[in-house]
Design a binder for this molecule. Sequence first.
Ligand code: PGA
Length: 231
Amino acid sequence: MIYAANFKTNHTRRSTEQYLSVLNERLSEKAPDDQVYIFPPATALGEYAGLFTQGVQNAYPAEKGAYTGEIGLEQLEEFGIRTILIGHSERRIFLHESQEEIARKFAFFRAKGFEIIYCIGEPLEVREAGEEAVRSYLLAEFEGIDLSYEKLIVAYEPIWAIGTGRSAHPEEIAATHAMLRKAVDVPLLYGGSVNPANIAQIVETDNVDGVLVGSASLDPEVFASMILHRA
Ligand code: PGA
């Protein structure tokens, strides 16, 4: 199972260091085949060691250059980062990232051999319009994306479930992941209000290979309890 923590714009360098020392201790109890990813904010990226992989929440598709406010490959290489989140709905919505820009970013980091957690997810009105509407919305978010990339992981995160406390029902997750499985043969994560109360049911759902967790990942004890829930 894959357990990924997306801190978003939370935690500082100092609190990330404290977080990781708590988490690391707990991760000694994890199952050997469980994979843990941590996505801290860019200012808290570091040379961390432990039973987890550090990834970046975003980066600009360039080695380096005149891109004010952005970080590129050179800044990621300083910390040995080889994993990136691309296509998160918060970037699509708040930062107005278009599918074309997202595809360009994907192509750049694919060419550099990064592991890519590629996020897709529909808004509420599309979910309410029914499964066929959801299907075409999600497949459109694959436009320009090389789905045969061997280091691709897809995260299905319905926008209406992110940060709302209202996770998708296991049946909705199962149906959507079954549909996605026909389009992509890669690990499929679910994200959107995953928490200690619903994690067991979600990871047992067919075609769910892991979870991408926001709010509930911010406390290392809570996140660790989610990873170790089977123990
Ligand atoms: P949430 O966020 O767990 O706070 O809903 C998930 C995400 O956006 O990755």
